[in-house]
Design a protein around this ligand. Structure first.
Ligand SMILES: Cc1cc2nc3c(=O)[nH]c(=O)nc-3n(C[C@H](O)[C@H](O)[C@H](O)COP(=O)(O)OP(=O)(O)OC[C@H]3O[C@@H](n4cnc5c(N)ncnc54)[C@H](O)[C@@H]3O)c2cc1C
Ligand code: FES
Length: 290
């Protein structure tokens, strides 16, 4: 698809307003980098900065095709550059994967609660990312790495199914060069590919961590099954208060605005009150973590 075939052209995108959450803007794709067989990094140039918080998401799509929730992967200081990793999963994401540089994509947002960086300053931080969970957490890790002296010790445990599915490995190498950063990369299985990290599940290194529980924040994002086992492991070895544990949840979303009910977990609208929750908000909420 080219610029001219796009139903909304550049001129009309400038007439739209980023801050009307119902009206998508059309933004130009600057570059698309293939990361894995199913995931590509989309670099989008917005007409004005999103001013997002880490952990927020946008509704991305195409007129006449549809929209889907996609996490913002770039840090909050990225200006008019919006980075998203899109996995080819179905109808909308399949069409987005056919786009090329200079094509246009529709964007609404940013939506959701996200992380407040002020909560993290001067704290030690343990971040556990499983699979595509690294994508939204990258928007949190990036500003922490950019101003590392404002934060305490950072432990990152990053798990992928196989080496081929491991994301952002070059950037992870750069993060390793920072002071007081401890990174463990794991795969479930090497699948006969070269791998210089560890082998195992993200739960396995937890017991070896040396942390000051009172001053540590724990952040989790990954497949739903990961939460249960990581939390069990932490509860077994450490006593981090539930208010200091952040969980980035994923639910099906349509409006992103708390109107359609698609994302509801009982009385909670995941799109508005989440996708980032404190464990204290979720632990008594039926079906939130199952
Ligand atoms: C807050 C949030 C952030 C997200 N961030 C990203 C991201 O950064 N990158 C990314 O690639 N995807 C992300 N997703 C998931 C993405 O929204 C879905 O993959 C997308 O909606 C699929 O749309 P589709 O039309 O391509 O697929 P469909 O044709 O609608 O469905 C294809 C398959 O995916 C399943 N599916 C659809 N939506 C979801 C969902 N939300 N959870 C689980 N299964 C689903 C369907 O049941 C079906 O099996 C996020 C979702 C949420 C709620
Ligand atoms: S996506 Fe519509 S209410 Fe949350």
């Amino acid at each position: 698809m080219t610029n001219t075939s796009n139903p909304v052209n550049k001129t009309s995108s400038h007439l739209c307003h980023l801050y009307n959450p119902y009206i998508p803007i059309m933004a130009e794709i600057q570059a698309i980098e293939r990361l894995t067989a199913r995931e590509s990094l989309f670099k989008i140039i917005l007409p004005e900065p999103l001013n997002h918080r880490p952990g927020q998401f946008v509704m991305a799509g195409l007129p006449g095709i549809g929209e889907c929730a996609i996490s913002i992967s770039s840090g909050p200081q990225s200006g008019t550059l919006l980075e998203m990793v899109i996995r080819k999963a179905g109808n909308v994401t399949g069409v987005l994967h056919q786009l090329k540089e200079s094509d246009y994509i529709s964007i609404r947002g940013p939506f959701g609660s996200g992380f407040y960086l002020d909560d993290f300053r001067r704290k030690d931080i343990v971040i556990i990312a499983g699979g595509l969970g690294l994508v939204p957490l990258r928007s949190l890790i990036t500003p922490i790495m950019e101003h590392k002296s404002d934060y305490g010790m950072v432990h990152l445990i990053i798990g992928s199914r196989t080496p081929r599915e491991a994301l952002f490995r070059q950037q992870i190498q750069q993060w390793k060069n920072q002071a007081d950063v401890h990174i463990i990369e794991l795969v479930d299985d090497t699948d006969f590919q070269h791998w210089d990290g560890d082998i195992g599940l993200v739960t396995e290194p937890v017991r070896q961590l040396s942390i000051d529980e009172k001053n540590t924040l724990l952040v989790l994002c990954g497949p739903p099954v990961m939460y249960k086992f990581v939390l069990l492991e932490f509860k077994l070895y450490f006593n981090i208060p539930d208010e200091q544990i952040f969980i980035d949840l994923e639910r099906r979303m349509r409006c992103g605005l708390g109107k359609c009910g698609h994302c509801q977990i009982n009385h909670v609208y995941c799109c508005k009150e989440g996708p980032v929750f404190r464990y204290s908000q979720l632990k008594d909420l039926p079906e939130a973590l199952s």
